[in-house]
Design a protein around this ligand. Structure first.
Ligand SMILES: Nc1ncnc2c1ncn2[C@@H]1O[C@H](COP(=O)(O)OP(=O)(O)OP(=O)(O)O)[C@@H](O)[C@H]1O
Ligand SMILES: [Mg+2]
Length: 643
């Protein structure tokens, strides 16, 4: 078809509606719509070219599409270079975002008003391939006279919509002078849009993976078969102090291998084996990094070794997590501590005041006097209350384990040591409080190590070479007489002073009789509540017994007596029978003893009377009293009768 013939055919179509029956139905329908839009078919140029600013805005809106299509448009053009074609990309409004061509084809496209920023929607310029591809959501070619407007009738165009997740996001086209068109252009455009679609899907998957990797709290990197880093998330780059972009493609050995300390780690993760939660100590720059590593080998599709995914967690972050869980080690507050006895109140006052300081505290007192709960209350009343509270019983731990418990150890510190070492309680309690219970039972050599930690505020793991700074408040407690232990060379005097910056001595219960009944009352209430029993009271004789008993086990003992008797009480009175078994053979003024005491008082008075009568002649007096001289002497001593 010559130019003239083409023009004639186009004209006839407009002039004679019957001729339009010869058009393909989708073209004929589009012509009808174009008439409905009242588009002037005799337009000699495309009047709809947007401004630079508008184009910039449209390109910005579709930046992702332009970037993904860029390479594909260029390769598509390479196929047809020199044959008069241009490749176009339009947005969903049919604004041309990009045109790729060579100088000749671009010059032709320019004349056909096919330029970046030109608008080709059906309602503006009538039938054209791009508008139809968008309207019908399918690839289509429009040839010469099939175009509705005069200015476009010299072109032939194949166009396909670009659909992402069911939504049209643009259209790709190949346009040339009508006589250059081949049968294959539509197929090429369709193949290219498919390519764009899978690129978009791939990019999205990549982005999706990246978002996942970057939102992990752990460090993560992947290695290929040769130990080259394929991917590293920001967290990992931060842990290793790398620039994320600078390490991609680098070899793990080049990055970390210059320090021999790291060789073990590198060997482990490049062996293609699974590692689960193994601890490593790495040398990064001048720093030592303790981390916990999980590594999974990747298998390629052909099941050959395909490198590894390595997950790195910094130990101090794990410690913090652990601390958050065990931080509730201190449950008691000062409100839970009962006692109004003057001496005890003074103890609590001192403890409260000391709570806000960071000084070491030494709590002294017999067993069961409340050292444990006062230590907890101090932690909870101080500035470290939201950090960990770790309690260590130095008497309960096997001697060999105390040091590694307290200070941790490095890999290979001793036989049986865990691979990768272990973190000690001092490191774990960083920023918190450590309660060293039964400090009097700490072996001497460890006392020296403890002293060093207290002085330097740094710990060195067993078998380690580096000092780790720790900020820990130490509260120590013992029921031993430390002065005596020092005398016997079983406790270091310097440690005693270091620990006892603040020394708090808790008086035994027998020395604070005013606390006995309030404590008993509180324990009854607590226990009854716990066992869902009605409130109970102490029978008067039990009250007497409680008040006169020595309580060698102090508050703990009383708590046990009360809990035990409440369990057995048939009604809501705790009577003497329920508690008596606790006091058997113990120094307690039972009601029966009261009588004995009375008898004794009478006996004492008789002895005194008799002595006076016989003018302190003990032989005469003994005879008169009907007892041996030895018994009399014993009674004198017993009743404290002076000569
Ligand atoms: N003043 C008090 N108010 C409330 N309960 C107390 C009081 N004193 C001690 N108790 C309770 O008595 C029990 C023993 O107290 P704690 O464990 O603190 O004693 P301790 O001095 O650490 O003893 P030990 O030397 O045997 O370790 C705990 O159950 C505690 O709750
Ligand atoms: Mg204790």
């Amino acid at each position: 078809m010559t130019n003239w013939e083409l023009r004639q055919k186009w004209k006839e179509l407009h002039q004679n509606p019957d001729h339009r029956n010869s058009l393909r139905p989708e073209i004929a329908d589009s012509w009808e719509r174009s008439y409905d839009y009242q588009i002037n078919p005799y337009l000699r140029e495309n009047p709809y070219i947007c401004t630079r600013a508008e184009l910039a805005q449209y390109q910005d809106n579709s930046a992702y599409l332009i970037a993904t299509s860029d390479r594909i448009m260029n390769s598509l053009f390479e196929f047809v270079a020199g044959t008069g074609f241009v490749v176009t990309l339009a947005d969903p409004n049919m604004c041309i975002l990009k045109v790729v061509g060579d100088p000749e084809s671009l010059a032709w496209a320019n004349n056909a008003y096919l330029v970046e920023g030109s608008m080709w929607s059906e309602d503006l310029v009538g039938t054209n391939a791009g508008a139809l591809a968008l309207a019908l959501a399918k690839p289509i070619s429009v040839y010469g006279y099939e175009h509705f407007c005069l200015f476009s009738h010299v072109a032939a165009c194949s166009c396909a919509p670009i659909i992402d997740q069911g939504k049209i996001i643009g259209a790709l086209g190949m346009v040339a002078p009508y006589d250059k068109v081949s049968n294959h252009t539509l197929g090429m455009v369709v193949a290219a849009t498919k390519h764009i679609k899978s690129r978009i899907a791939m990019e999205k998957a990549k982005r999706y993976h990246e978002v996942i990797m970057e939102s992990m709290a752990e460090g993560l990197f992947t290695l290929d078969l040769n130990g080259n880093i394929n991917y590293m998330n920001e967290n990992c780059a931060r842990i290793f102090k790398f620039q994320k972009d600078a390490v991609i493609g680098r070899n793990i050995f080049d990055l970390l291998g210059h320090k021999t300390e790291n060789h073990y780690f590198i060997n482990k993760i490049t062996q293609g084996r699974t590692i689960t939660d193994e601890n490593f100590t790495l040398a990064i720059g001048r720093e030592t990094i303790h981390c916990n590593v999980t590594c999974n080998p990747m298998r390629d599709l052909d099941s050959a070794d395909g490198g590894a995914v390595v997950i790195v967690r910094e130990s101090h972050r794990i410690n913090r997590l652990v601390r958050n869980y065990i931080g509730g080690g201190a449950k008691v507050t000062f409100d839970d501590i009962i006692g109004k006895d003057q001496r005890f109140a003074q103890v609590i006052k001192t403890a409260r005041a000391a709570a806000s300081s960071s000084s070491n505290v030494l709590l002294l007192g017999e067993s069961g006097t409340g050292k444990d709960i006062i230590a907890q209350a101090m932690h909870n009343a101080g500035p470290r209350k939201n950090n960990s509270y770790l309690a260590i019983n130095c008497a309960a731990l096997p001697r060999d384990l105390i040091a590694s418990e307290l200070f941790g150890y490095e890999d290979g510190a001793f036989t049986g040591a865990r691979k990768g070492g272990n973190v000690g309680k001092f490191e774990l309690a960083d920023q918190g409080t450590i309660f060293l219970d039964e400090i009097g039972d700490m072996p001497l050599d460890l006392q020296a190590s403890l002293l060093r930690v207290l002085e330097e505020k740094k710990v060195m793991r067993l078998g380690g070479v580096k000092l780790v700074p720790v900020n820990v408040r130490v509260i120590a407690a013992t029921n031993k007489d430390l002065e005596q232990e020092i005398e016997r060379n079983r406790f270091r005097r310097d440690l005693f002073y270091r620990l006892g910056v603040i020394k708090i001595t808790i008086p035994p219960l027998r020395e604070r009789p005013d606390d006995i009944l309030p404590l008993a009352e509180a324990f009854i209430e607590r226990t009854c509540k716990r066992f869902n029993k009605p409130h109970m009271t102490l029978a008067p004789d039990v009250v007497d017994a409680f008040l006169s008993y020595e309580w060698p086990g102090n508050v703990r003992e009383m708590q046990n007596v009360i809990e035990g008797s409440i369990q057995l009480a048939p009604d809501n009175v705790i009577c003497y029978e329920l508690v008596s078994e606790y006091f058997v053979n113990k120094n307690v003024a039972k009601p029966a003893d009261q009588e004995i005491t009375n008898v004794a008082a009478i006996e004492k008075q008789m002895i005194i009377d008799c002595l006076v009568k016989y003018k302190y002649n003990k032989t005469e007096a003994a005879k008169a009293l009907g007892m041996s001289r030895r018994t009399l002497y014993r009674r004198l001593a017993e009743y404290n009768i002076m000569d």
